[in-house]
Design a protein around this ligand. Structure first.
Ligand code: UGA
Length: 441
């Protein structure tokens, strides 16, 4: 099949490469010429494991190309996927200006009937609004809402082997016939994915949009639930790691996505929690917003508690102390620092007067640009030399593999705060370190 992907950020570039991997002829459209040049030379402008290999293979095979030319994209295919970013505006509502502009531009340039497939994360009700915009096109256009559930650092496999496909169409609620061509084309595009046994949920536009908002709200809630339990564990002298194990054996609860620690960050969960809350309030579902606000509040408190625990470990004084931070990315496997819990803590320590040196295997360039006042060193061992305290804030496997006995002589005092619970307390303590963790005795 021929298809386009409009908007080639993390979601769009990955989707374009994955669609080429599935055998389709793909044209990616992005208005940023630097991004298009990088993608055409087989390089993503961000770190995503396995993506550069797909980009290189399929730009070479001729199945995948990127352009800045909107008319070329509109004429290239009948099927158009939308991967445009939807940031939050200052009022906490999604800013849909770029998405609307892309849809208007596509509608005006179409050269024949088309099917548009929305993948961007949007407040419920957006798809219906975009469908109305698409009716201005000189040709018949149908819309499918097909939210994306990929995780950064696993984006390629999540796209090629998703847990489910959600497909929303206008005629599921209205019976207008809108969506028939769309369903056929979308199913054809995902034929290999569906043949591999991926469940397909077919629904109306609003339910499809909500499937994404609710999924991210639930994932955030699960993390904040266990972090709230960590707060109780701290007060009661209990161990949140053992508590999580005990809970997790109940298959209705499960352990996945319920790791206690410094909480969630990144470009999605924090943003979508706020954006969904804002939309729910607009719709009059105020009690839902109360729950979501509390989820956010627990998450913020983990960052504050980490700073306070650092202060306790340094005998009440942060000013003038030397602190090493391992981790700048919002999670391991990415160079993304958007709303990174690690950098939020590093910055708070700096503002409290500490001299902070940050190390990270992938994210230092981005961190340096965002927070130039912090110190940075590539080598986590070198960063530790002379430190009064080590903070483990992003759980890269690189750190888990370091030998605490070999590290112990490097800092001024061997003290570690493990905010991600992946360093083994017994090994670190035996090696002479004072080990503390959130929610653990
Ligand atoms: C998240 C969702 O997991 C995806 O399903 C969704 O498609 C994506 O947002 C999106 O909306 O595009 P992502 O932001 O890549 O994906 O990251 P996650 O792996 O969910 O992690 C988010 C944050 O939660 C990270 O800071 C991570 O360290 C933290 N986390 C995650 C925990 O603190 N505990 C956990 O058990 C899991």
């Amino acid at each position: 099949m021929r298809l386009t992907v409009i908007g080639c950020g993390h979601l769009g570039a990955t989707h374009a490469a994955a669609m080429a991997e599935l055998g389709h002829q793909v044209l990616g459209l992005d208005l940023d010429p630097d991004k298009v040049t990088a993608l055409n030379s087989g390089r993503a402008p961000f770190h995503e494991p396995g993506l550069d290999e797909l980009l290189t293979r399929h730009t070479a095979s001729g199945r995948l190309r990127f352009t800045t030319d909107q008319a070329e994209a509109a004429a290239f295919a009948e099927l158009h996927f939308l991967g445009i970013g939807t940031p939050l505006g200052p009022d906490g509502a999604y800013d849909l200006a770029a998405l609307r502009a892309a849809v208007r531009s596509l509608a005006a340039r179409l050269t024949g009937p088309a099917v548009v497939v929305g993948k961007s994360t949007v407040p419920v009700g957006t798809a219906a609004e975009l469908l109305a915009l698409l009716q201005d096109a000189p040709h018949h256009v149908e819309l499918c809402w097909n939210p994306e559930f990929l995780r950064e650092s696993r984006a390629v496999q999540d796209t090629l082997r998703p847990d489910r496909l959600v497909l929303g169409f206008a005629d599921r609620s209205g019976g207008t016939g809108q969506g028939r061509r769309a369903e056929a084309l979308v199913r054809e595009a995902y034929e290999a994915v569906i043949a591999a046994g991926t469940p397909v949920v077919v629904t109306d536009l609003a339910t499809a949009e909500l499937a994404k908002s609710a999924a991210n709200a639930f994932l955030a809630t699960k993390i904040s639930f266990v972090n709230a339990m960590a707060e109780v564990c701290e007060a009661a002298g209990a161990d949140v790691e053992v508590l999580t194990e005990a809970l997790g054996y109940d298959v209705r609860i499960g352990r996945r996505g319920m790791r206690a620690g410094l909480g969630f960050g990144g470009g999605c969960l924090p943003k979508d929690l706020l954006g969904f809350g804002h939309r729910a309030a607009e719709l009059g579902a105020d009690s839902a917003v109360t729950l979501l606000r509390e989820v956010g509040a627990v998450n913020t408190r983990r960052r504050e508690r980490t700073v306070e625990l650092a202060r306790e470990l340094l005998d009440g004084t942060l000013a003038g102390r030397r602190i090493t931070v391992w981790g700048a990315a919002f999670k391991p496997g990415t160079d993304d620092i958007r709303d990174s819990p690690a950098l939020a803590v590093a910055d708070a320590l700096h503002r409290a007067g500490a001299t902070v040196t940050v190390s990270d295997p992938r994210a230092l360039d981005n961190a340096r640009k965002a927070l130039p006042h912090l110190g940075y060193l590539d080598d986590p061992t070198e960063a530790l030399t002379g430190a009064d305290l080590l903070l483990h804030l992003t759980e890269w496997p690189d750190y888990t593999h370091l030998d605490p006995a070999a590290l112990a002589p490097l800092p001024a005092t061997p003290r570690v705060l493990d905010a991600r619970h992946t360093l083994d307390p017994a090994t670190w303590r035996t090696a002479g370190w004072t080990y503390r963790a959130l929610g653990r005795p």
